[in-house]
Design a protein around this ligand. Structure first.
Ligand code: 13P
Length: 251
């Protein structure tokens, strides 16, 4: 069964007390949501333990924004998958375009990170998406197909039950320029086909594929109405509990 998800990627925003207050507000307001919609918040590493505490007793799941590509050891500044599960994370975002662009996240590293995360029992929200030059050159299908295959094709159908894909066109992130529902839908359908080609239709049909990039209460309904858009990965609008919850009630 395909799951509908709205996940908030807080990026490098909020102090710990601000993050705890936001998480508490989200948890409190999440009670009114339908049971088939999963809410996830992804605060910075420093916040995870406190936010886990703030979410106790709620149905809101906790995600990291990244994890290390090694199990443990002399990797100063890195955070391992075991550290994440030990504070109560159920998910980690991987391959966000900001990490690909600013921190040299390669497909090879993403395969390793995904492997470690799945082995540790963490679910993965894997981000893919083309940049503006690639979109203008008409290469968006090609880029997203290559990014999806480069990671997913190293795993099994069983593994994929624990992976969510987020399509985030780089030109739509934080720009206020959302992809139209039709633009997003055709890429989502393409991702589902890429999954079906290797793992079969049933696995592809069960896969949750989120849209991210200037998704907000005013456009979520139109996006989520598309057959292959199963929710959103939300940046800016996830920093206001009311907007985040409004998006989650847009199915
Ligand atoms: P915005 O919603 O701020 O455009 O960010 C999207 C995003 O990058 C979520 O991961």
């Amino acid at each position: 069964m395909r799951k509908y998800i709205v996940a908030g990627n807080w990026k490098m925003n909020t102090t710990v007390p601000e993050g705890v207050a936001l998480a508490k507000e989200v948890a409190q307001k999440a009670h009114s949501l339908p049971a088939n919609v999963e809410l996830i918040v992804a605060p910075p590493f420093t916040h995870l333990a406190c936010v886990a505490d703030a979410l106790k007793g709620s149905a809101v799941a906790l995600s990291a924004q990244n994890c290390a590509d090694h199990e443990k050891g002399a990797y100063t500044g890195e955070v391992s998958v075991k550290m994440l599960t030990s504070v109560g994370c159920q998910y980690t975002i991987l391959g966000h375009s900001e990490r690909r662009q600013y921190y040299g996240e390669t497909d090879e590293k993403l395969v390793e990170k995904t492997r470690l995360a799945l082995e540790a029992g963490l679910k993965v929200i894997l981000c893919v998406g083309e940049n503006l030059d690639e979109r203008e050159a008409g290469k968006h299908f090609e880029v997203v197909t290559a990014q999806t295959k480069a990671v997913l094709y190293n795993f099994t159908a069983e593994d994929l039950m624990h992976v969510v894909i987020a399509y985030e066109p780089v030109w739509a992130i934080g720009t206020g320029k959302t992809a139209t529902a039709a633009q997003a839908e055709e890429i989502h359908a393409c991702i589902r086909t890429v999954v079906a080609e290797k793992f079969g239709k049933e696995v592809a049909d069960d896969m949750t594929i989120l849209y991210g990039g200037s998704c907000k209460p005013s456009n979520a309904k139109e996006l989520f109405a598309e057959p292959d858009i199963d929710g959103g990965l939300i940046g800016g609008a996830a920093l206001k509990a009311d907007d985040f919850i409004a998006i989650a009630t847009s199915f």
